[in-house]
Design a protein around this ligand. Structure first.
Ligand code: ADE
Ligand code: ZN
Length: 324
């Protein structure tokens, strides 16, 4: 698996914060944590669902304060990803919570983009940044985020939408996605993780996004599955995340193969690897074992990861020609 070149399309930079680094950043920023050791913190990683997880995830975000923190976080993820055969990483990042803490975009995006450039030099990994708004906030906040990020336009490839899904349908953010599209951003939206298949439809029909993050509940709506296949909409599935957040209780019943067999371009991703017990290769391994995927099926998945990426078409073609 490590040897297979692949792209990762759904990973939150904040979700790559390993407990040891969380403790280190807290120390160097003079902050005290509710968890005295990294071991105790890791032991707290047992979640009843998405919102329960998000509370811990946002608590972790409190330790990220300086440009160096954002740089080191990104550098550590890209190093690990390159070590797992990831050639391209499209990383979601949500500035709103850090702005709330008084941390400016210069520190946030400056640190991240420096690390992306360095990693490209060091390992050749192609990192891209997707700015993500939180759906449990108002749409006006998401629109304001687009304004704030505008000076960074050349460093931001696309925009996404994450956060607490239930009760916050994609249609709440129709204007956000329309504005993002008008500015030339690529678009992706979390939908069908805890929310119904109707949210996936909304993301496509109302928000007109290009890609769906998760899309786990798509199989509840056969007409939607046919449409996803017909329009070749990439789903960024995250098996270990879905297991840890009780979206599914058993990966043996995971809909990945059913979606693949229906012709939907599905991909395998890590979401928040430090919280869910595995980076991208551990996700491939878990789903391969649970579903008994063949080598050919795994090859389809890695190919989908490149074709579903927001890389320029000629780069996608080149990645596929080089064996991916
Ligand atoms: N933000 C980080 N991880 C997330 C997830 N799994 N769903 C929604 N928002 C998120
Ligand atoms: Zn996610």
């Amino acid at each position: 698996m490590t040897a297979l070149p692949k792209a990762e399309l759904h990973v939150h930079l904040e979700g790559t914060l390993e407990p040891e680094d969380l403790a280190r950043f807290a120390r160097r920023n003079g902050l005290t944590l509710p968890w005295p050791t990294a071991g105790e913190l890791r032991a707290a990683y047992s979640f009843t669902g998405l919102e329960d997880f998000l509370a811990v995830y946002f608590a972790g975000c409190r330790v990220l304060r300086t440009r160096e923190d954002f740089h080191d976080l990104t550098a550590a993820y890209l190093r690990r990803a390159a070590g797992q055969g990831v050639r391209r990483a499209e990383m979601l990042f949500g500035p709103q919570v850090f702005l709330d803490h008084g941390v400016g975009l210069e520190a946030q995006l400056g640190g991240i983009t420096d690390a992306i450039a360095e990693a490209r030099e060091q390992s050749g990994i192609d990192g891209a940044l997707l700015v993500s708004a939180h759906r449990h906030r108002r749409e006006a906040d998401a629109l304001e985020l687009l304004d704030l990020v505008r000076p960074w336009r050349e460093h931001v490839l696309g925009v996404g939408l994450g956060g607490a899904e239930r009760g916050n349908p994609p249609s709440k953010f129709a204007r956000y996605f329309a504005a993002a599209r008008a500015e030339g951003y690529r678009t992706t939206c979390h939908a069908g993780e805890e929310g119904p298949a109707a949210y996936i439809r909304e993301a496509l029909e109302v928000c007109r996004v290009e890609r769906i993050d998760h899309g786990y509940t798509a199989t509840d709506d056969p007409g939607l599955v046919a449409r996803l296949a017909d329009e070749q909409v990439t789903l960024t599935l995250c098996p270990l995340s879905n297991l840890r957040l009780h979206v599914t209780e058993d990966l043996a019943a995971y809909p990945l193969r059913a979606l693949m067999d229906a012709g939907v371009p599905v991909t395998v991703n890590s979401d928040d690897p430090s919280y869910f017990g595995g980076y991208v290769n551990e996700n491939y391994a878990a789903v391969t074992e649970a579903l008994g995927l063949t080598g050919d099926e795994v090859e389809v998945l890695v190919r989908n990861s490149f074709t579903g990426s927001f890389a320029p078409p000629e780069e996608i073609r080149a990645a596929r020609l080089s064996g991916a």
